[in-house]
Design a binder for this molecule. Structure first.
Ligand code: ARG
Length: 455
């Protein structure tokens, strides 16, 4: 492939170190697609004849079939997917194969292949995200008006609808999808035609080439084009953040599935047992989902670190971009359907959630009651704080304090104060858009539904 100026062969270990075929062979579709488009442009530019073009296309189709049917036989000397395809093409069609690489470099070729691969990966991951959103949405719809304790600092805060909490994990995934769609725009930019660094000397119609490959634009600078891996870093950031969103969903569910909470029961299909303790049913699906954010974040850091300080244009360092990219995509393509199945089959215990609600979670509502009667919020907060302490000292629930204690606490307190101690009423009052009242949540569900049904 490049042996002309060399006297000796490559050291065996160096070959292993250098060869990317073991991992970049998975871009065989993209590599062959790119080569077919290139062959068409070579003919268009008058560099090869129509007949030579057709020979190349037929040969590439045959190589495609070999990969597709698992018949492709790699050779130890195949350095990467690009050289492997070209080597095999030569075996099939003879000397004309040597014309395919005219005016092209592996530098613009590999950049094109990876972009084509990433575009497909983004599409699959968007699908996975959307399916998980649907599972959350279906659970939110099934939750009806069930109420649960809402936590801040993991301490009981205020009652919220179960559906509201479920949807709190829907919107991060929506932002992930939007971020990926934005990343896709910068990924669908064609580097081919940039050559090694300076651009091809052939009269290639790059816009037509881009259209042929389904790319939206062509790169404006050949030096930048062969070294730009921003789209990979962006993709990996999107993937890392998806991992973090999955880990937060997972952590909520792991806590809620513990005996102490008992809010959710996971399906056996997404749990495992202990080899030692017969009573155990562990939320392994969600524990692994929680942990995957580690490797996803690691992949992002790997690529950023590889890119930092690289001199202009292509450097072999860039070969190290692929494994983190592939790993991130593989991780999500398994994690997202598992998350979907585990969420879809989880059973939420409305009774346990209701039982975990206590009157103290309505302390803010008592303060709001005073505020509605003209008491400044800060003062109301203080008054209710004292009532809470009083209830604690007497060892009773806030609502169980004798009415006289309330009346004595502040002149604005009326006999109707005890009506505040109604969980459903508290929830129903929060009806601004984005809040937890059943009518607001129904509106939120409708909005969420529009998002998952789009596209
Ligand atoms: N396997 C290489 C990579 O992944 C392809 C490009 C090689 N280019 C070169 N000038 N050696 O980046």
């Amino acid at each position: 492939m490049w042996g002309g100026r060399f006297d000796e062969g490559i050291d065996a270990l160096m070959a292993r170190f250098n060869n990317s075929f073991p991992f970049d062979q998975r871009m065989w579709r993209e590599d062959i697609r790119g080569s077919m488009a290139w062959a068409r442009q070579l003919a268009q530019a008058g560099v090869i004849s129509a007949e030579e073009r057709d020979t190349l296309l037929a040969g590439l189709t045959a190589v495609y079939a070999e990969f597709d049917e698992g018949r492709f036989e790699a050779r130890p000397a195949d350095e990467d997917i690009h050289t492997a395809v070209e080597r095999r093409l030569g075996e099939l069609v003879g000397a004309v194969a040597g014309k395919l690489h005219t005016g092209r470099s592996r530098n613009d070729q590999v950049a094109t292949d990876v972009r084509l691969w990433a575009i497909e990966a983004i599409r699959r991951i968007d699908d996975g995200l959307r399916t998980l959103q649907q599972a959350l949405l279906a659970q939110a719809e099934a939750a009806d008006d069930a109420v649960m304790p809402g936590y801040t600092h993991l301490q009981r805060a205020q009652p919220v609808l179960l559906a509201h909490w479920l949807l709190s994990h829907f919107w991060p995934l929506q932002r992930d999808r939007e971020r990926l769609a934005d990343c896709a725009k910068r990924t669908a930019v064609l580097p081919l035609g940039s050559g090694a660094i300076a651009g091809t000397p052939l009269a290639i119609d790059r816009a037509a080439l881009a259209a042929d490959l389904g790319m939206a634009a062509i790169s404006p600078n050949s030096i930048d084009a062969v070294s730009d891996r921003d789209f990979i870093a962006e993709f990996l950031f999107c993937a890392a953040l998806i991992g973090i969103h999955l880990s937060r969903l997972a952590e909520d569910i792991i806590i809620y599935s513990s005996a102490e909470f008992g809010f959710v029961v996971l399906a056996d299909a997404y749990s495992t047992g202990s080899s030692l303790m017969p009573q155990k049913k562990n939320p392994d699906s969600f524990e692994l989902l929680r942990s995957k954010s580690g490797r996803l974040t690691g992949n992002l850091v790997t690529v950023l670190t590889v890119l930092k300080g690289l001199p202009a244009a292509y450097d072999k360092d860039l070969q190290e971009d692929k494994e983190p990219l592939f790993d991130a995509a593989d991780t999500l393509e398994l994690a997202l359907p598992v998350a979907t199945g585990a969420v879809a089959t989880a059973r939420f215990r409305h009774d346990r959630m209701r039982a975990a609600l206590d009157d103290a979670m309505l302390a803010t509502d008592v303060a709001d009651y005073l505020v509605m009667r003209g008491v400044p919020f800060r003062e109301a907060h203080h008054v209710v704080g004292r009532l809470v302490r009083e209830a604690e000292q007497r060892g009773v629930a806030l609502s169980a304090l004798p009415p006289g204690v309330f009346l004595a606490a502040h002149p604005a307190c009326g006999n109707d104060i005890l009506q505040v101690f109604d969980i459903d009423r508290s929830v129903a009052q929060r009806r601004v858009p984005g809040a937890t009242a059943p009518e607001a949540v129904r509106e939120q569900i409708a909005q969420a539904r529009r998002y998952v049904e789009e596209r």
